[in-house]
Design a protein. Structure first.
Ligand SMILES: [Zn+2]
Ligand SMILES: [Zn+2]
Length: 236
């Protein structure tokens, strides 16, 4: 049996990929590879504004992200695609290029914020929990767990796969009357399959508050991607 976190190199029609030996280690950000539209099904470039006819000179190319067929001009941009675990940059159509570009910004910047963590006060839904203790909340290196470390104790980790909803909590109103974020609420299934909600409040005090809100913003972006991955898993 493979050790936790161990990876292997696999070759698919789209290129080399570095994937987890054990599917249980797979990051929740991962997207499955699309099924390629067969060459024979498509006589024309699938970019509506192009529709070039394929022949000996005009060859077909597949976008690695959506699997559709394009001419070289409409599919010649290469980008790293970490959500599909490709080792090298791969071909993208114009649409997919924009999406991957945004996500790669997440990988470069926001993911680091989530791994570094933020300090929060934790308020459980019905418990009269002691809210005076702060916890450092971070995403584990395999992106599968949220861990909470307090000065004196730990809280049980939350499996990212079991998070059902993420909502920014706004309570403060600034001098212009704008609502300001003060934390984030997570709804998740606990180990017994029961739904739980926990509210994480940023801590007042300049540096931790800023770090906390940056973490909340990164978490929101992360969940947009994760919810997308979940709907995409039904991809044929
Ligand atoms: Zn595409
Ligand atoms: Zn084209």
């Amino acid at each position: 049996m493979a050790a936790t976190g161990e990876k292997k190199l696999v070759r698919s029609q789209s290129g080399l990929r570095m994937v987890c030996m054990n599917a249980n280690d797979t990051s929740p950000f991962t997207l499955p590879e699309p099924q390629w539209i067969p060459d024979a099904d498509m006589g024309y470039c699938m970019n509506r504004n192009c529709q070039a006819k394929f022949d000996f000179m005009k060859r077909r190319h597949h976008c690695r992200r959506c699997g559709k067929v394009y001419c070289n001009t409409c599919c010649d941009k290469k980008l790293p695609l970490p959500r599909m675990c490709f080792v090298d940059p791969v071909r993208h159509c114009n649409n997919c290029y924009e999406n991957t570009l945004k996500e790669n910004e997440f990988y470069d910047k926001h993911l680091k914020t989530l791994l570094t963590g933020g300090e929060f006060l934790m308020l459980d839904q019905d418990e009269n929990s002691d809210s005076s203790e702060s916890f450092l909340c971070k995403l584990s290196s395999n992106n599968r767990l949220l861990t909470f470390e307090g000065e004196n104790r730990k809280r049980e980790s939350i499996l990212v796969d079991r998070i059902e909803a993420v909502q920014v909590v706004t309570t403060d109103i600034d001098t212009q009357g704008n609502k300001m974020g003060t934390g984030i609420a997570l709804r998740y299934k606990d180990n017994y399959g029961d739904s739980q909600t926990v509210k994480m409040e940023v801590i007042d005090g300049s540096s931790s508050k800023k770090q906390g809100m940056t973490w909340v913003a990164a978490m929101q972006k992360a969940f947009k991607m994760i919810f997308e991955s979940r709907t995409d898993s039904s991809y044929p």
